[in-house]
Design a binder for this molecule. Structure first.
Ligand code: NIG
Ligand code: FE
Length: 387
């Protein structure tokens, strides 16, 4: 069964060979989908015949957002912590322990309902691929449970046993790293595609460069791809470690020195910026222009989590990137789609080209620019193609 999606006022393909500029823009466009895969893209006037036709009334269509960094398996609420930060309290990662206690105490059903609710909330806002991390269990059983649940909603599952040192290991962080790199990794690796670590010598709760290296090297030896929470609170070793170990992504990148930017520019590690975190922790934003001008591949993601940033809206992150980080609307939209796909080393999402997944998002507006131009307005949603 072939489906023609027609009446697309502006189509973002993210393929410069198909249309104008880096977004590969086409106007008055159409595309044909067969079995969930894009098989044809072009001007509507040249569209081939198809079995059925859906018209989107001149709206803009883009690839569904690829949210490459999210923590969605958790219980509890930290609105009070957010409120305290807005009155001057500092974020240091310590609140993660509050969520760990609530998550351990929750039933599978409670965690699953929360997780599915958040994934549905994302989809209603145009996100069609999401990475989901563990990291609020921090025992072998609770990390495996988190990853099993995550795998019910996405193929992009990330083992983050090294999120913080849990209370029962306080003062014995090396012993906890032994657990993470040993039995916990062995039990979790079958359920994960990626390994991640919160590398932050500036936090009393997170992991230093040597510990992060141990976690990442063990993850790689277990067959997992690598991602790093890097340089969020201070200019630590995380970014350079990520590039050295060819991690797919270094995430946060808020505090960078020249050596960090040079390293990113010389490697294939994507810099994933999470401006919702700076918004929600009242912190200075990362210098996106410096990264882009150095030729670094930049992605945008939500970091949706109950502590440092509880938004599920990629459109909000795009608006922040444009307003606060001086990315152009086109750069921000690319980063939230093709950039996120690159950060997950995926070529089947983030682009609307023949052979890609037919993950479409539609904007109730004539252009992608409205995502930043109309902040806070729920304009974008995943386009559900009837089965
Ligand atoms: O990406 N930095 C560490 N992890 C999350 C925050 C998680 C939390 O505060 O619960 C982050 O910001
Ligand atoms: Fe995170």
């Amino acid at each position: 069964m072939s489906r023609l999606v027609a009446g697309i006022g502006e189509l973002v393909t993210n393929d410069a060979s198909l249309g104008d500029g880096p977004l590969g823009l086409l106007s008055d466009a159409a595309l044909v989908v067969v079995d969930g895969t894009v098989v044809w893209v072009g001007p509507e006037a040249a569209a081939p015949d198809a079995d059925t036709r859906i018209a989107v009334g001149g709206r803009a269509v883009l690839p569904g957002f690829v949210d490459s960094h999210a923590h969605l398996v958790f219980a509890g609420d930290r609105a009070g912590e957010f409120e305290a930060r807005m009155s001057g309290a500092r974020y240091d990662g310590g609140g993660i322990g509050t969520t760990v206690a609530a998550t351990r105490a929750a039933s599978d059903g409670e965690l699953r309902d929360r997780l599915r609710g958040l994934v549905a909330e994302m989809r209603r806002q145009g996100t069609t691929t999401v990475e989901v991390k563990s990291g609020y269990g921090l025992t072998v059983e609770d990390e495996v449970r988190s990853l099993r649940l995550a795998a019910e909603v996405t193929a992009e599952t990330t083992f983050l046993g090294a999120h913080v040192v849990p209370a029962e290991y306080r003062g014995r962080s090396d012993k906890y790293v032994d657990l993470v790199t040993g039995p916990m990794l062995a039990a979790c690796a079958p359920h994960a595609r990626w390994a991640d670590v919160f590398c932050e010598p500036g936090s009393a709760h997170a992991f230093d460069g040597d510990q992060a290296r141990a976690v990442l090297e063990a993850g790689r030896a277990a067959g997992l791809g690598l991602r790093v929470h890097a340089n969020q609170l201070t200019a630590g070793p995380g970014v350079r470690l990520a590039v050295e170990l060819d991690a797919a992504s270094a995430d946060h990148c808020t505090h960078l020195g020249a050596a960090d930017v040079d390293a990113l520019a010389g490697g294939t590690t994507v810099a994933t910026l999470l401006p919702g975190v700076e918004f929600s922790t009242r912190s200075p934003y990362p210098d996106a222009r410096r990264l882009l001008d150095a030729g670094v591949t930049v992605a945008l993601a939500t970091d949706c989590n109950p502590g440092s940033c509880f938004t599920s809206s990629m459109a909000f992150c795009i608006a922040l990137a444009v307003r606060e980080m001086r990315m152009t609307p086109a750069e921000a939209v690319w980063a939230a789609t093709a950039g996120g796909a690159t950060a997950l080393r995926r070529t089947d999402v983030g682009r609307l080209v023949p052979g890609a997944r037919a993950d479409l998002a539609v904007i109730d507006a004539p252009s992608y620019r409205h995502l930043a131009y109309r902040p806070g307005v729920p304009l974008v949603r995943a386009l559900e193609l009837p089965a």
